[in-house]
Design a protein around this ligand. Structure first.
Ligand SMILES: [Zn+2]
Length: 268
């Protein structure tokens, strides 16, 4: 029995004797199946060709991403805390080097993930570190490898640790989640947004889409609701889902300006 991995989205499936028929995550209108058709790999194969790279974004916040890029090529963030480390989002590749380095940094107590495109091999990470996985119940149907480590939370917010709040903002996915880290940016706060709020390449604006690869926008009401979900929080920085997608200054004001710009352009 092998837990197969979809090459296009990086999702690991529950162990099976033969590869699954199709990847529901990629069949969904928010993703796509590559021109070469549905392809599968395994963690063993991935370990032979790829490795993980690290960047210390700021004190207590480590980026972990796979090189060369694999699937959607997001990087995860390890939030190092005295009361137990938190992994925000996840990547498919977990290898011996990553296990040793994460253990040296204090392991992982909890994993929280913004949306199903980054569920990746979350169960492997949970098993390696004895961590709980916190997912919003709105995306329950998108879990391809169920596991007792998965805890579903519901409602608008969930306090994961003191000063660490999960925020639900439906749009890209119903269970779309962001993490507010009150102590980030030297106490001015950081929003770890995945691509629920997407930091764009100029790193001074963000945007919002139901599907990024297939260019399906969100409507005005949904974008206003996403803005309202993060409005009670203060943050200087916004950490998007890729290495270079970080708004380093005036994050809250940049998000507000970006919401106004977005609403201007989709108005009649
Ligand atoms: Zn897939």
């Amino acid at each position: 029995m092998t837990p197969f991995i979809c090459v296009t989205c990086g999702t690991q499936f529950a162990p099976s004797a033969a590869s699954p028929e199709a990847c529901p995550i990629c069949v969904d209108e928010r993703q796509y199946i590559g021109a070469g058709g549905q392809r599968w790999t395994t963690l063993a194969a991935l370990r032979a060709t790829h490795m993980n790279a690290w960047r210390r974004h700021e004190a207590g916040l480590w980026g972990i991403g796979t090189t060369p890029g694999f699937a959607i090529a997001q990087r995860a963030l390890l939030l190092q805390r005295p009361d137990g480390n938190i992994l925000w989002d996840c990547v498919t590749l977990l290898d011996d080097a990553t296990v040793d380095l994460v253990r040296a940094l204090g392991g992982i107590r909890a994993i929280a993930i913004s949306h199903p495109h980054y569920y990746s091999s979350m169960v492997e990470w949970a098993q390696a570190f004895g961590a709980e996985i916190w997912l919003h119940a709105g995306d329950r149907d998108h879990v391809m490898r169920p596991d007792p480590a998965i805890r579903f939370w519901s409602g608008a917010r969930h306090d994961l640790a003191p000063g660490v709040t999960l925020i639900n903002a439906p749009g890209h996915f119903d269970g779309g989640t962001m993490l507010h880290w009150a102590d980030g940016a030297e106490g001015r706060g950081a929003l770890l947004s995945g691509d629920i709020i997407q930091v764009v390449p100029d790193r001074r604006h963000v945007s919002f889409m139901r599907s990024y690869p297939n260019l399906i926008p969100l409507n005005a009401g949904t974008v206003r609701d996403i803005a309202a979900a993060v409005a009670p929080f203060s943050y200087e920085r916004v950490y998007g889902a890729w290495w270079d997608r970080v708004v380093t200054h005036d994050g809250k004001a940049r998000v507000a300006a970006s919401v106004a710009r977005y609403l201007r352009w989709i108005a009649d």
